[in-house]
Design a protein around this ligand. Structure first.
Ligand SMILES: *Cc1c(COP(=O)(O)O)cnc(C)c1O
Length: 355
């Protein structure tokens, strides 16, 4: 049976990415060797990492003066690398969920952290909008898409200090005004590649301004100067990322992806809003385009498990909500076809009509 993969991460990849990655595992770039067994300094792999950076820049229209790094450690490593490299005295953070609060915890090891606002009071079901960022902050950190709670900041904020954003789960779902940011980072396993590589888009001139000593591997300047090749980079996930980037270009780039993503999400939210038994969990204006969180209304609450089982008979996988929200979460990353959303909506209607 065809599977409809709604997992939140690691998550669905395009067929193009999977097929080309599988091929490179067998025979990479006509070398007669697997990509898993040749030097990362070979001319064949060097070409891959250079092209991956170039395609990032092209697709996101990244201006001069920025580099794209491919590092290990996951987005979680960036929670400490960011303040290590960027926080001199004080930084401001917006607390919009689990990932933001983890970033805040790490930043506190390096200096004063001003949490300008938090939506924790309502279980992170909205994005705070009334707050001021102190002008003497070294940066303002946001999580643009809250993968667990299903809220999103779908625009580039105007603030009086440099922005730093965790875009793990909504990168490549809309055009970004990169020049507003000093750093944009994310784990690849949501909308780009298999787990194991973390992308960091960094403005070169923003580096080197903190007074502390930084361990070599945690210093962005190390990776900038070595083109992400200071040590052995995660070669296979980088190769897969390049395949996804090529597929994004074939699809028409981020503007085209944005249209498709917004249409898929609108369809599913409409189905939830017009349902007798389901309801969305977050403030409608802050709804995520990538992770749609919903539950059953109180009268039907005990049927949630039954719906997950019913959906699985239609090939639908990965819709069980995160334990901190419950209910359901359908992740609609770029590689998820609209037909899978249609199958989910049909399953929701069929289940409802049987009651
Ligand atoms: C998944 C996720 C993370 C954690 O990523 P790792 O690569 O597992 O460290 C951080 N931030 C956001 C927004 C995420 O969705």
């Amino acid at each position: 049976m065809k599977k409809h993969n709604f997992y939140a991460g690691p998550s669905i990849l395009s067929e193009y990415t999977l097929k080309n990655t599988a091929e490179a595992v067998e025979n990479f770039a006509g070398t007669g060797l697997s990509i898993l067994e040749i030097s990362h300094r070979s001319k064949e792999f060097t070409a891959v990492i250079e092209e991956a950076e170039a395609m990032f820049k092209e697709l996101l229209d990244i201006p001069e003066g920025y580099r794209v790094l491919f590092l290990g450690g996951g987005a979680s490593m960036q929670f400490c690398m960011v303040p290590f490299n960027m926080l001199n005295k004080k930084a401001s953070y917006l607390d919009t969920g689990t990932w933001s609060s983890k970033a805040i915890k790490e930043a506190k090891l390096f200096g004063e952290v001003d949490v300008v606002a938090s939506s924790k009071d309502k279980n992170y079901t909205y994005i705070p909008k009334e707050y001021t960022v102190a002008p003497d902050s070294d940066y303002f950190h946001i999580t643009t898409n809250n993968t667990i709670y299903g809220t999103e900041i779908r625009k580039d904020l105007d603030v009086n200090v440099p922005l730093i954003a965790d875009m793990s789960s909504d990168i490549f779902s809309r055009p970004i005004d990169v020049k507003k940011y000093d750093i944009i980072y994310g784990g690849a396993q949501k909308n780009l590649a298999p787990a194991g590589v973390t992308f960091v888009i960094v403005k070169e001139e923003a580096l080197g301004k903190v007074e502390r000593a930084i361990p070599t591997m945690l210093d962005y300047r190390t990776h900038v100067s070595k083109g992400s090749m200071f040590n052995t980079p995660p070669v296979l996930p980088i190769y897969s990322a390049l395949q996804t980037l090529k597929w994004y270009k074939q699809m028409g780039g981020v503007e085209a992806l944005q249209k498709i993503d917004e249409a898929k999400a609108a369809k599913l939210y409409d189905a939830i809003d017009s349902s007798r038994i389901f309801r969305g969990t977050v403030n409608p204006e802050d709804r995520s385009i990538m992770n749609v969180c919903f539950v059953m209304k109180d009268d039907y609450k005990e049927l949630e498990k039954e719906f997950v089982d019913f959906a699985s008979t239609k090939g639908i996988v990965g819709i069980k909500g995160h334990r901190s929200v419950g209910g359901f979460r359908a992740s609609l990353y770029n590689a998820l076809p609209e037909s899978s959303v249609d199958v989910l909506i049909a399953a929701m209607r069929e289940f409802e009509n049987k009651l």
